[in-house]
Design a protein around this ligand. Sequence first.
Ligand code: IPM
Ligand code: MG
Length: 358
Amino acid sequence: MSNKIAVLPGDGIGQEITEQAARVLTALGLELELEWAPVGGAAYDLHGHPLPETTLNLAKSSAAVLFGAVGDWKYDSLARELRPEQAILGLRKAMGLFANLRPAILYPQLANASSLKPEVVSGLDILIVRELTGDIYFGQPRGVQTLSDGPFAGDRQGFDTMHYAETEVRRIAHVAFQAAQQRQKKLCSVDKANVLETSQFWRDIMIEVAKEYPDVSLSHMYVDNAAMQLVRAPKEFDVIVTGNLFGDILSDEAAMLTGSIGMLPSASLNASNQGLYEPSHGSAPDIAGQNKANPLATILSAAMLLRYSLNQGAQADRIERAVQQVLEQGLRTPDIHEANTQLVGTQEMGDAVIQALN
Ligand code: IPM
Ligand code: MG
């Protein structure tokens, strides 16, 4: 297995947060080969495309990708295929990164950061397993057409297509059941089977796959109810598995339960454990370049990278312990700052984690 890591900082705060995560990786003293390339709006500015061929080839030939964030309002008027978001969608598709793992963990040191009552969220530890390369995100046909009949004949109509192939559902089901086996052995599959054919099919396959995992208890929930239960009693969940669109929405909701989206990493894996690792938050162009961004989600993403793509679980633990330690020390970037803690910048937070590694 190669030790090459593609570092794709992207836009906004992407630059400064990946820089800190790369410093942490380097400080471990492993034989890692870090190679940088532009992506998103930054790549569009340089090469006229958000995912240039050279960046894509670098990503594909690496053991893992460390990704910052993409997007900036200044690219909003570009054609869809040139917008920064297409870079991340393109990487997911081209690398076959179908399994997206998004943990939502409430750090005890940050218990007051949540907008929910402490007793509702204290000890929260949920894992969302989101299918990432199918569903309405990639379904064809899609576009805008002029209607030839029906009540809106002559009107233009925008449309997308939701579908899931059996293989797509089965492989994400296996990832989710196996993740649940490593945790509390509770898996909740979220769908909209009361309305959508795609969802009923999804549910049927989940029930079939469940037979291979008798030690995991499988439940099902409609997505609207799941959105509600996540804020009512989030600790009832252990692992949630869901499709691409519902997973996009629920994972933001779950992240916010912790009140500190700046702390949450994510992993997107393909069948051979090649992966892309990125913070759950966006590019925050409003605070870019001001040494204000929280690098911890990206640093924790680097830990996931070591664990899942480089088989270096002990090194991942080392990073996670170091992050716990800087929180213990009371160091806080502005997004998680509260009374009686020490306000630090992006760079200082990175320094502190590196110091705590040893
Ligand atoms: C995410 C993001 C992306 C998505 C966007 C940037 C295309 O919201 O990773 O959740 O919708 O998947
Ligand atoms: Mg999203």
